[in-house]
Design a protein around this ligand. Structure first.
Ligand code: PMT
Length: 403
């Protein structure tokens, strides 16, 4: 029944008036050479009939889990898909997806899918702003589901507001970017510089001011970028974990050394991911010999401010370079996000990854929880997991990123 090749994608259509626009989405996806399978709900078929979906996709459509039961069609369709697009996604289908409800062909297929899912919602603006719908959307975003739209504009009811389906071309572009980011070589031809670890600001030959960064998150980002086909330079800032194979290594110990390394690399990089934890201050004087407790030199240490390296680079002309910063905040929730948004403005980043740190979070751990924000401060995606999995998520969002 199914080709099972890497170009197989599924388009789920739910019963909103915008279903007719999904015909164009399927047509445009087909034109790119994708093998598109359409799963309309029974209500979607009241808007656009099965014959249209079959003609435009070139495949039979199933709306009932008992259709093609001998092949367990919903599992086959979902599990073989490289990516899944729900267009239009009604409040009902979003609610089912958020709550794991599987009571028809579309909801069973999407639950069987292990691939990335993109949702293009369309509904009346009062439904879109309903707290129940907002909750469902935020739960789906936390699970790494991608969203495109809705946009503001005229609605079928005659009034206007947010809730209108994004334009088919825009949906197709975003979906293709998502697919592209899954391609093993989505960063081919790009030079990615990743900084990882924590700066150490010397006090004397045996002591320093430092932080708990192990470098693990940055090392995993470097690995994911390398696996995505990029040429990678990893700036090793006192790494406590091994660097991945295949990357160029440059060392920096202090904030000033890191600044010098990055100033030298900046001209030739396409993407900078600033994962290193950089000290904001350093001791004003570095002693040549070990400071003596008896001489009271250690009870007061005069500090001077380090440059904000990322903010400095953010001010330079950057053409098509993508600057990715991190925000490490002990604050969680909305306050943490607000602090992160402030950093986007201060450092002029294109993407900023916020993670809550301290008290067993972030620094030194194997797992992390990240919230990826764009330059407007909007949340692109939020997710928890191993630093390795989150690195892939960060890299796939960078690969999809368009200025
Ligand atoms: O290394 P791990 O143990 O795996 O831990 C990972 C991590 C928690 C260190 C990492 O995920 C992380 O959050 N890194 C950023 C740490 C940090 O310095 O955050 P910040 O919020 O203080 O700084 C914001 C951004 O500005 C960062 O991208 C930082 O690299 C940069 N910065 C900060 C200060 C400074 N003087 N110059 C800078 O460029």
């Amino acid at each position: 029944m199914l080709s099972g090749d890497s170009s197989h994608v599924v388009v789920g259509v739910s019963g909103g008036i915008a279903a007719y626009k999904a015909v164009n989405v399927v047509r445009l996806l087909k034109k790119t050479g994708l093998d598109v399978w359409v799963v309309p709900t029974a209500n979607a078929l009241r808007m656009v009939g099965a014959a249209t979906w079959e003609a435009v996709s070139g495949h039979p459509v199933y709306t009932d889990p008992f259709d093609g039961a001998e092949d367990v069609a919903h599992v086959l369709l979902g599990s073989k898909a490289k990516a899944f697009l729900l267009v239009p996604a009604t409040a009902n289908v979003i609610g089912k997806l958020a709550n794991g409800i599987a009571d028809d062909m579309l909801s069973t297929t999407v639950l069987s899918a292990t691939c990335p899912i993109m949702v293009a919602p369309a509904m009346h603006h009062q439904m879109w702003t309903n707290p129940a719908v907002k909750d469902n959307i935020s739960r789906l975003k936390k699970r790494g589901i991608h969203f495109i739209g809705p946009v503001s504009g005229e609605l079928t009811s005659g009034d206007s507001g947010i809730g209108r389906l994004a334009e088919p071309e825009e949906i197709v572009d975003s979906f293709l970017s998502l697919l592209n980011s899954l391609d093993d070589y989505s960063l081919r031809g790009k030079h990615v510089v990743v900084t990882a670890g924590g700066t150490r600001e010397p006090l004397d030959p045996v002591r320093f001011l430092g932080n708990y960064s192990s470098g693990r998150q940055g090392v995993e980002i470097a690995r994911a970028a390398y696996l995505a086909g990029a040429e990678v330079t990893l700036v090793d800032v006192n790494l406590e974990v091994p660097a991945p194979a295949g990357v160029n290594l440059v060392k920096a110990h202090t904030a000033l050394e890191l600044q010098e390394v990055l100033n030298n690399l900046f001209q030739d990089l396409d993407i900078l991911v600033m994962t290193a934890a950089v000290a904001d201050y350093r001791p004003a004087i570095v002693a040549d010999s070990k400071l003596k407790k008896s001489q009271n030199h250690l009870s007061q240490i005069e500090l001077i401010e380090n440059p904000d390296i990322l903010a400095g680079l953010g001010k330079l002309p950057r053409e098509n370079k993508i600057l990715v910063g991190f925000a490490a905040e002990t604050a969680g929730g909305q306050l943490g996000i607000e602090y992160a948004r402030k950093k986007i403005l201060e450092k002029q980043t294109d993407i900023l990854v916020y993670n809550q740190v301290g008290h067993g979070r972030g620094f030194g751990e194997v797992t992390n929880h990240v919230c990826i924000l764009d330059s407007d401060g909007s949340i692109m995606v939020e997710s928890s997991g191993s630093k390795q999995d989150l690195a892939k998520l960060i890299i796939s969002n960078i690969a999809c990123f368009k200025k």
